[in-house]
Write a protein that binds this ligand. Structure first.
Ligand SMILES: C[C@H](O)[C@@H](O)[C@@H](O)C(=O)CO
Ligand SMILES: [Mn+2]
Length: 591
């Protein structure tokens, strides 16, 4: 998506409209607040393509409804997806607020006593609450002098948190979720929550039968020149590891070669299905060239496809990865086993961080006792309380090896625009591609394997659906951990040695689902989790509140939580309960 079409954040400078003195004394200060906030957002936040986020500042300060409406019209022409109102003074609240219920709103009341900016914030929040339009309130802890910018650390953190989440809402709006296939092996999360997409995300669901992939391969509906390049690159850079099938379950080398070629074609076609490809129009396939404008997709794979055709692990791995034969390029959000619920969790992580994601089974909780019994090794360090084995065939980004490093040499999952040739080489070098386990994948294919390095901060997320309740989100910040090679290998070989493996420990709080690593596993709401680099649980909580999705499990520090001020009247002593009731009261953003 070109930068110009990305949604923008609208900045609304409110002012006391009284002319002949008051307004005139405030014009410069108010305009400066708006400019400073716009500069802050644009200099700190990026779009998925790495370009700076665009802010649109109202052409005039807003002192009355006429200026408010002119600002709204200006924002409409600029694809504004959310607004941030700034004020250093009193103003006329419901006469000047943006009452559009379909976009996120926030107000920053400059905390200076010369003029009642903070009073406006409180009055505006009360108005929005009464009108059923939840807004976020940003209020600095310490009184500022009149000529201060007011952008103290606490204000900056909350403005950026709001803006990241508001942009996430805007990036999803109007896009598609593409389901290639249907429910995999009875996994309920695969049922595409079409009404949820419409009501909560403003998205559409699109459906493709998996046969479309085979049709396009059989009829040559892919860029043949690019295919030759991709195949040569893959044959050169993908290390085919040990075939771990029993002899009787192995295909011939010629069959594996054919399967490998087929898998690369699947990868090209999966990408084209999501985003289209003008090269297809040149081949005469004009409709196919358009694609499905999918910001996220899921491939069922198991079982009917994989019982018959090569599996989708190469397709799934490389669509989630930030590089291919063309070098570095934006990753996609692509789920395996058609798990739409997990695809949405990956999407939430993606629109907040613009980093590639891991799709994993929550395979096993390894207690310290079990590890010692099985391997003789006594867990230590972050893993001392046990760890979770996250592992699933296919849809884990190859960037999750931990070979990419930050400036201090710590393992990281970079943004695609930060990837270097050395990173690509390191990720590929540490990964192996194994003949798919034939008892699971009778049609053959290849599975991606690596074990993630320890020491990475990550956040694991899962979107669940409960009858009578609707969508609910769970979030856990934590870290990857690594084990001594021999201990790791015993666990990998005992579990499944051909799939990507990440050992994860949640940050324990000693309470509820975060009392122990076992409690975490016992409370995780499904077989899958979406995991991304960094601790962004607070951003997820803010995003969820914008979408009115309650969060029922998280380990984010209370002081980092930013929800609409409308959540407060639902109770301050038990924020989790208030969240549920507020979400139920205000309902999904687009309905
Ligand atoms: C064994 C099954 O075929 C795998 O798909 C299973 O490990 C899963 O990933 C289930 O979510
Ligand atoms: Mn799975």
């Amino acid at each position: 998506m070109p930068t110009a079409s990305y949604p923008a954040i609208g900045i609304r400078p409110l002012i006391d409209g009284r002319r002949r003195g008051v307004r005139e004394s405030l014009e410069d200060k108010t305009a400066q607040l708006a400019k400073d906030v716009a500069d802050l957002i644009s200099s700190h936040l990026t779009y998925p393509d790495g370009s700076p986020v665009r802010c649109v500042v109202s052409e005039t300060a807003i002192g009355g409804v006429a200026e408010a409406n002119r600002c709204k019209e200006q924002f409409r022409t600029e694809n504004v997806c959310a607004d941030l109102t700034v004020t250093a003074s009193w103003n006329y609240i419901t006469e000047v607020l943006d009452l559009d219920p379909s976009i996120p709103h926030a107000i920053w009341g400059f905390n200076g006593t010369e003029r009642p900016g903070a009073v406006t914030l409180a009055a505006a929040a009360a108005a929005y609450n009464m009108l059923g339009i939840p807004c976020f309130g940003i209020y600095g802890h310490d009184v500022q002098d009149a000529d201060d910018s007011g952008l103290t650390d606490d204000v900056v953190e909350n403005i950026l948190r709001y803006a990241r989440a508001a942009l996430g809402v805007g990036l999803m709006k109007g896009r598609s979720y593409l389901s290639i296939g249907t429910v995999s092996m009875g996994i309920a999360g695969c049922r595409v929550p079409e009404q949820f997409f419409v009501d909560y995300l403003g998205m559409r669901a699109e459906y493709i039968d998996m046969i479309e992939i085979d049709r396009r391969i059989a009829h040559g509906i892919y860029d043949h020149k690019e295919y030759e390049t991709a195949l040569a690159w893959a044959r050169e850079h993908l290390t085919i590891g040990e075939n771990r099938n029993p002899e009787a379950n192995r295909f011939t080398q010629e069959e594996y070669d054919e399967q490998f070629d087929y898998c690369i074609k699947m990868l090209l076609i999966g990408r084209d299905l999501m985003e289209g490809n003008p090269a297809l129009a040149e081949l005469g396939f004009v409709e196919e060239a358009d694609g499905h404008d999918a910001i996220a997709a899921g491939f069922q794979g198991q079982r009917q496809w994989t019982d018959y055709k090569p599996n989708g692990d190469i397709l799934e791995t490389f669509l989630n990865t930030t590089f291919d034969w063309n070098g570095k390029r934006p990753e996609k959000v692509f789920a395996t086993e058609g798990d739409a619920g997990n695809a949405v969790a990956m999407l939430f992580n993606s629109v907040l961080t613009h980093r590639p994601q891991l799709f994993s089974d929550v395979r096993t909780y390894w207690s310290p006792e079990a590890v010692e019994r099985v391997t003789g090794y006594k867990l230590e360090g972050r893993a001392e309380n046990g760890f979770i084995d996250l592992r699933n065939s296919g849809a884990t980004t190859l960037n999750a090896t931990g070979e990419e490093k930050d400036a201090e040499g710590n393992p990281i999952i970079k943004h695609w625009w930060e990837i270097t040739e050395a990173d690509i080489e390191a990720d590929l070098k540490t990964s192996t591609f194994h003949a798919a386990t034939r008892e699971y994948f009778p049609g053959g294919g290849f599975s991606t394997h690596f074990t993630t390095a320890g020491g990475m901060p990550v956040t694991a997320t899962r979107l669940n659906f409960v009858a009578g309740q609707g969508p609910v989100l769970q979030i856990s910040e934590g870290w990857t951990v690594e084990l001594p090679d021999d201990v790791r290998d015993q666990i990998v070989y005992r579990t499944d040695p051909t799939w990507p493996t990440t050992f994860f420990v949640p940050r324990l709080t000693g309470e509820g689902a975060f009392t122990s690593v076992y409690d975490w596993m016992a409370n995780w709401g499904a077989n899958h989790t979406a995991t991304g680099y960094g601790h962004f649980g607070a951003d997820l909580i803010t995003l969820a509140s914008m979408l009115r999705i309650p969060v029922y499990m998280h380990n984010v520090e209370r002081e980092k939580i930013l929800r609409p001020k409308a959540w407060v009247p639902f109770g301050t002593a038990e924020p989790e309960s208030a969240d549920f009731r507020a979400c139920a009261t205000f309902g999904p953003l687009y309905r």
